[in-house]
Design a protein around this ligand. Structure first.
Ligand SMILES: [Fe+2]
Length: 319
């Protein structure tokens, strides 16, 4: 097996590693791919440093972790569906979708979340690379759900464990119901296409457990404040207060226990979507940013639709 270099992401954090000295040719070797996958299961996220920046390399890295999954939102731009199935563009255009967070106006800000929470099926992981970067901001933050579970106050942990959270496909800033920063103001809504609106209107709400246990035995706090609607069977003041308490606890744990990646042209990053939460710091509204993302299939099997038959509807909408 070819040798690559491994070091901790940040020696003060209990998750994540950095891999360097990895070439595309080395990824032809199955034992190398399996070793990288094993490290990923153990550490939850990997920053690949100084790797070849090409679609082929992004796919070769993605292939260590399983087959690609078609993204469930059909209105997102595909890079090249024939040659690069599953690679999507995440582009922020200047001057649209602006929020004021803690006194600073930014675009492309996202709160702590996991991807595809609005679907019954999650993706195992995503591989991101930056194609166009911003000078200031645009950081992607990561928080380990295993560490977050352990860091929750005991009483709150007991109250949230066993609860299920309802999510809906709603990306708009004024819909953010839980886990808002202390000072949060919507300045300008995001432009939303009719195709996106049609898809979101056709979908049932999805349900995911707030805490789940990995096959390796660790418990994971897995709550997305983005798109959260409430707790199953408790969509009332009491349930909302509990969910808000958890989302605010996540923000406060993240203040000291998260990693924020400043994108460099030579990086690619993968994170475990069933374990890690991630967020985006936002950037100067005049700047644009372009990321390419692959989506790796592999569900944890614990999500479901609120309404029976909704999965068929959503599947049809995603095709
Ligand atoms: Fe995300």
């Amino acid at each position: 097996m070819a040798e690559f270099a491994v070091r901790p992401l940040d020696p003060t954090l209990p998750f994540g590693i950095r891999i360097s000295e990895l070439t595309r040719a080395m990824l032809d070797d199955q034992a190398t791919r399996e070793a990288i996958d094993q490290l990923f299961v153990e550490h939850g996220m990997i920053v690949f440093e100084d790797v070849e920046q090409s679609d082929e390399m992004q796919l070769a890295i993605s292939n260590c972790f399983g087959p690609l999954k078609e993204h469930p939102v059909k209105s997102l731009t595909r890079v090249d569906s024939d040659r690069l199935p599953g690679v999507i563009e995440l582009r922020t255009k200047p001057g649209v979708g602006i929020v004021e967070v803690d006194g600073k106006q930014v675009s492309h800000w996202l709160p702590w979340h996991f991807d595809h929470c609005y679907n019954d099926e999650l993706n195992r992981a995503g591989v991101l690379r930056s194609v166009e970067r911003v000078e200031e901001g645009g950081l992607t933050g990561f928080l380990d759900g295993i560490a977050a579970y352990k860091a929750l106050p005991e009483d709150l942990r007991a109250r949230i464990e066993g609860q299920d959270v309802l999510y809906t496909l709603s990306t708009q800033y004024d819909h953010l119901k839980f886990g808002r920063p202390e000072r949060y103001k919507v300045i300008e809504l995001k432009p939303i296409t009719d195709a996106f609106k049609a898809q979101s209107a056709s979908m049932s709400r999805a349900i995911h457990p707030a805490v789940w246990t990995r096959p390796t035995g660790e418990k994971v706090l897995h709550v997305s404040s983005y798109m959260a609607e409430g707790l199953v069977g408790q969509e009332n003041a009491e349930g909302d207060a509990l969910l808000e308490e958890v989302c605010q606890a996540i923000r406060s744990i993240a203040a000291t226990a998260s990693y924020h990646h400043k994108w460099r042209p030579q990086d690619m990053v993968i994170w475990d979507n069933t374990r890690m939460l991630h967020c985006v710091s936002g950037n100067n509204p005049e700047d644009s940013r372009l990321m390419y993302r692959t989506t790796i299939a592999g569900d944890y099997g614990l999500g479901r639709w609120e309404t029976q038959g909704a999965s068929d509807k959503a599947l049809a909408a995603a095709m």
